[in-house]
Design a protein around this ligand. Structure first.
Ligand SMILES: O=C(O)CCC(=O)C(=O)O
Ligand SMILES: [Fe+2]
Length: 687
């Protein structure tokens, strides 16, 4: 028999019904006839969910040379395994089937499954077979080179596990699975969200698919928006996804003024659903191999009427709806995220609350996790919630809207997400009095995270110059330093690897779109909020950190202090960090900063300033307040006011950064504090 190169011959057993510190896992390396006992460390127990990761990293015998395995196999034949459970490691996403299809394929080979368990947010699948013999057949017959089944998929890493471990893993993850599945519960969908499955027939889908394929293959770049995350074409008006609104300022053109006649049959079906017919259509093309997606957004309120329709073609996809926490202050995970399965040939209608209040998104992944569909396997099993992994195919969506006249003021009841009402809402807050934490989170989400995601490309194109004193700090670090760039943006400092080129820089940022730019440049990054980083990476491991122009985006002093605490936790004792924040004082020693000097009247936005409000700063002028919105304007386009993107800033006064650092207690030494081109800067060292 032939073995795949990485096939493990490992059998894992636990000696307990619980996973506790000091409890043991026994690893039988069957072919090697070796047994190892490994005790759970307190760390593994603390982070139970990381346990399986620990299994795969620690226990998979990848280090055993294939030649040894072959030799043992020839001598001893197949090991007699006393196990019916197989853990499939699908981290490389080799599996090309949806879980239900995998089940059916396996059973079609007369190998019988008792249960299948997809772990939440993990790329592992546990399969429980009815007997040991079934498990062995699965592993040694179905997945060897040359077998029919092997043509469909490649599972290179899999591990046998005991019944006890199987049930422990189920116990460990079931609560999380229940929570995930609850998000798919139709009874709790956003109000006024309507889904009609089988809205079009298979034949109608086929016709629209070939129409779409032709559009994207024949039309030139004049008509196709090549977005970072997908491609789109437009009829009636262009929809600009960087601003989520209708725009005639983009560099793509509409294909035609009218919706194409291929859609006439759809318009007829819309008549009963919506008060007026659409005059705008965007066709989005999501390529599965590119992990195409759409970031969370609310389609701008004032630009189209109170409904939006989207018809799905080609592939199922899960759409995520999030309601800002702002509304009710309840735990976001429990109450405000909903998952909606959009099957191909279905229609999605978003009105009122679903349209105006909830963000919708399609996540960046090759696989969707969704509830297991028992009707697809003609069998029933023990009653508990199960998940299914579902690979995506090429998907097209047809989004229809009815455009409003320019200057229309939306009067919806959701001012916090309304472009016509938002600014007046925040005007009620004077942040010199601290706002509560929910408001702060919402303010940062809307006016920092979302804004950076929306302006990412243009922001990146204007952010290439490194500040010399930042590079100087990075170059002053010892050879081999591991450096974390917190709020790395487009990664302009991630290439600074020290004089010897031996330093290693990792970046983190909130903005997925900025991180995508880093990824394209080949940098290593992960997505995180500067307040949470310690929960993603191990604390105390970095020799240094830089945090340039980040902390001034946090809305309360407590949160700014928390960000400093988080930086300190991440670096090792003796490690150093450089922090830059924007200064209120834009003139020092009689000299204006570069920011003031580059004043250009054509880029400014005039706005009334009122003493008691959170105001919009006039670009390239001195600051009048510490808490304000700074407009981001795409130069070269004539933007009307409500299309301008705003970023929230708290600009620091002299001594403010220093005072904040002093609150960190004795664990930190303030090495240097200085002023650099309109910024207050500090170098600190962890004692
Ligand atoms: O692809 C979809 O179904 C949704 C598209 C969307 O949200 C949009 O075009 O604004
Ligand atoms: Fe949308």
């Amino acid at each position: 028999m032939d073995l795949n190169e990485n096939m493990s011959i490992l059998n894992l057993e636990v000696d307990s019904d619980e996973i506790k510190e000091g409890k043991q896992i026994t690893c039988n390396y069957q072919l090697l006839q070796e047994t190892k006992h490994i005790k759970f460390s307190s760390k593994q127990v603390k982070k139970e969910r990381k346990l399986l990761l620990a299994f795969s990293q620690k226990f998979l015998p990848l280090d055993i040379p294939t030649s040894i395995i072959d030799e043992k196999l020839q001598k001893n034949g197949l090991p007699q395994l006393n196990c019916r459970n197989v853990l499939i490691d699908n981290r490389n996403l080799q599996l090309k089937f949806q879980t239900e299809t995998l089940w059916n394929h396996i059973e079609a080979q007369n190998v019988f499954i008792e249960d299948m368990f997809v772990m939440p947010n993990k790329k592992y699948i546990l399969v429980q077979f009815q007997t040991n013999v079934d498990a062995q057949k699965f592993k040694y017959d179905l997945f060897t080179d040359g077998s029919d089944f092997h043509e469909f998929t490649r599972i290179e890493l899999s591990v046998f596990i005991s019944d006890k471990l199987f049930s422990l893993i189920v116990k460990l993850f079931q609560p999380e699975i229940d929570r995930l599945i609850e998000r798919f519960n139709k009874n709790a969908y956003p109000d006024r969200l309507d889904i009609r499955e089988n809205f079009i027939t298979v034949e109608e889908e086929r016709r629209l698919l070939s129409f779409s394929e032709q559009l994207f293959s024949t039309y030139s770049d004049q008509y196709v928006s090549h977005l970072k995350n997908r491609e789109s074409v437009h009829y009636g008006h262009v929809f600009d996804y960087t601003l989520n609104t209708i725009s005639d300022q983009t560099n793509v053109s509409i294909i035609d003024n009218n919706i194409p006649e291929e859609c006439n049959f759809l318009l007829k079906r819309f008549v009963d659903l919506i008060p007026e017919l659409p005059d705008q259509l965007t066709i989005n093309r999501y390529r599965s191999n590119m992990q195409d997606h759409i970031p969370p957004h609310v389609d701008t309120h004032s630009m189209c009427t109170e409904w939006i329709i989207s018809v799905s073609l080609g592939s199922d996809v899960v759409m995520q709806f999030t309601k800002p926490r702002f509304d009710d202050g309840k735990d976001e995970n429990e109450y405000t995220t909903k998952m909606v399965l959009l099957r191909n040939r279905s229609m999605l209608l978003m009105c009122d609350e679903a349209r105006y209040r909830w963000c919708h998104a399609i996540q960046q992944t090759g696989f969707d996790i969704r509830p297991f569909d028992w009707s697809a396997i003609n069998q029933t099993r023990a009653h508990r919630n199960r998940l299914s992994l579902s690979p995506r195919d090429l998907r097209y969506s047809f989004t229809f809207r009815k455009v409003r006249p320019p200057g229309y003021q939306c009067k919806c009841s959701y001012p916090e997400s309304c472009d016509s009402q938002t600014i007046s809402l925040y005007k009620k807050n004077d942040l010199s009095k601290e706002i509560d934490v929910d408001k702060a989170i919402q303010l940062e989400k809307e006016f920092v995270h979302q804004t950076y995601d929306q302006i990412a490309e243009h922001f990146s194109a204007t952010r290439y110059g490194q500040w010399p004193s930042v590079t100087q700090f990075m170059n002053s670090l010892p050879t081999g330093s591991l450096i974390l760039d917190i709020g790395c943006g487009n990664g302009k400092y991630l290439s600074v690897r020290g004089e010897s080129n031996c330093n290693y820089v990792i970046g983190t940022d909130c903005s997925r779109n900025l991180l995508n730019i880093c990824m394209d440049r080949g940098f290593e990054t992960f997505q995180d909020n500067c307040l949470n980083i310690g929960t993603t990476v191990r604390e105390g491991i970095f020799d240094a950190a830089i945090c340039i122009a980040v902390i001034h985006h946090l809305a309360t002093e407590e949160r700014r202090l928390d960000a400093l605490r988080s930086i300190v936790r991440l670096i090792r004792i003796g490690g150093r960090a450089l922090i830059y924040v924007w200064a209120f004082e834009q003139k020092r020693d009689g000299l204006a900063s570069k920011y003031l000097k580059s004043a250009n009247s054509s880029t400014t936005i005039e706005k009334d300033e009122s003493k008691e409000t959170l105001s919009i700063h006039k670009n390239r002028t001195e600051f009048k307040k510490q808490d304000l919105f700074v407009p981001w304007k795409k130069s070269g386009t004539k933007m009307v006011e409500n299309q301008t993107k705003l970023r929230f800033y708290h600009v620091f006064r002299e001594n403010e950064l220093e005072n904040l650092i002093r609150k960190l207690s004795d664990s930190v030494k303030l090495e240097q504090i200085y002023y650099d081109q309109g910024n207050w800067c500090a170098i600190i060292q962890k004692c």
